[in-house]
Design a protein. Structure first.
Length: 338
């Protein structure tokens, strides 16, 4: 390496170090989680008001919502971030719903501004109530059947591992998992139809088991729309109208079920796969990824695991349904898992 090249490398390192220092200074208002939580969840720091900051400059905030329906699909097109809608069904079919808003960025002030703008758009489609960090973590712990009272102050002071404290430790198999007296299975949608009849969300309520359905959506960029249109033209060997590609959105669908016996899990698996196939959606057990999908669904996106597909807006709207949801209050269940 020449003297000039060494000087360039040295200057690049200096600039990178200075840039990191400026970002850390700008995010000084955030509270760091500690080494254990950073290692297990990738969670760097947080705002007690409810904003999580992860590795990779990913940020998340959770809301309880009422009235979630197909309007959220069109709203997603105008957002700067990505949304995940998590429908939770208990054994009696009672439904609750939460929305996770995810943004990308380095500096919290910029991210907070984007979140505020996206909140205004989303509030035009449903009733939003932002959850504080403690509320979010207590909700997640309840989803994992953990009867705890989460307090960020005590958890940071005690240098606790948030994942260990709030998640259950599942024993994973190829196509399922177990924890305590519960037997579960996670599924991932790998193919969607061009059109879909409404009614799927209503049919899911009759299965009689605890279930988490996570739908993640983000708008396609202009470049992605062009590439997708070009791929369709190659596949079908014909020219498509310019605006046809604009009717697509990036979407991921995953499901986790929890049953009181392995026999019940197998029965629900067969029923669930057949039910989705009836609507033209192909789901498959999340082979070799059961635990990760389960943790992603029950944590409302705290762990981010998706399989995105381009689907048209009509299909996405039918998948969301048009019914009003429950009051979005999830209670700790009495039959706590061991």
């Amino acid at each position: 390496m020449t003297k000039g090249e060494r000087a360039i490398v040295k200057e690049e390192r200096r600039q990178a170090k200075e840039r990191k220092r400026r970002i850390e200074l700008a995010n000084k208002m955030l509270i760091p989680t500690g080494g254990k939580t950073l290692e297990t969840l990738g969670l760097i720091a947080f705002d007690p008001e409810g904003v999580f900051h992860f590795n990779g400059d990913r940020w998340m905030k959770v809301y309880e919502i009422n009235g979630a329906d197909m309007g959220l699909v069109r709203a997603a097109e105008d957002l700067s971030g990505e949304i995940r809608i998590t429908f939770s069904l208990n054994e009696s079919g009672r439904e609750t719903c939460h929305l996770s808003l995810m943004e990308d960025g380095e500096i919290y002030e910029d991210v907070r501004r984007k979140m505020s703008e996206d909140e205004k758009i989303l509030s035009g489609e449903c009733n939003l109530r932002a959850l504080s960090l403690d509320e979010t973590m207590n909700l997640i712990a309840a989803n994992f059947y953990r009867d705890i009272r989460f307090s960020y102050a005590s958890y940071v002071r005690g240098k606790k591992d948030w994942k260990k404290e709030c998640f259950f430790e599942a024993k994973e198999s190829l196509s399922g998992f177990s924890v305590g007296r519960l037997f579960g299975e996670s599924f991932t949608a790998i193919a969607f139809p061009e059109e879909m009849d409404p009614g799927l969300s209503s049919d899911l309520k009759g299965l009689g088991c605890a279930m988490y359905v996570a739908i993640t959506m983000n708008a396609l960029s202009e470049e992605e729309k062009f590439d997708f249109k070009r791929d369709l033209e190659k596949k079908y060997n014909r020219r498509l109208p310019v605006n046809e590609s604009e009717e697509y959105i990036n979407l991921s669908l995953s499901i986790t079920i929890l049953c009181d016996s392995d026999d019940a899990r197998q029965i629900v698996e067969e029923t669930l796969v057949s039910l989705f196939l009836k609507y033209g959606v192909l789901i498959t057990p999340s082979f070799n990824n059961q635990k990760r999908i389960c943790e992603s669904n029950l944590s409302l996106g705290l762990i981010n695991e998706t399989l995105m597909r381009n689907v048209n807006y009509g299909m996405a709207e039918a998948l969301m349904g048009g019914e009003s949801d429950g009051d979005a209050k999830i209670e700790i269940r009495p039959d706590e898992a061991e």
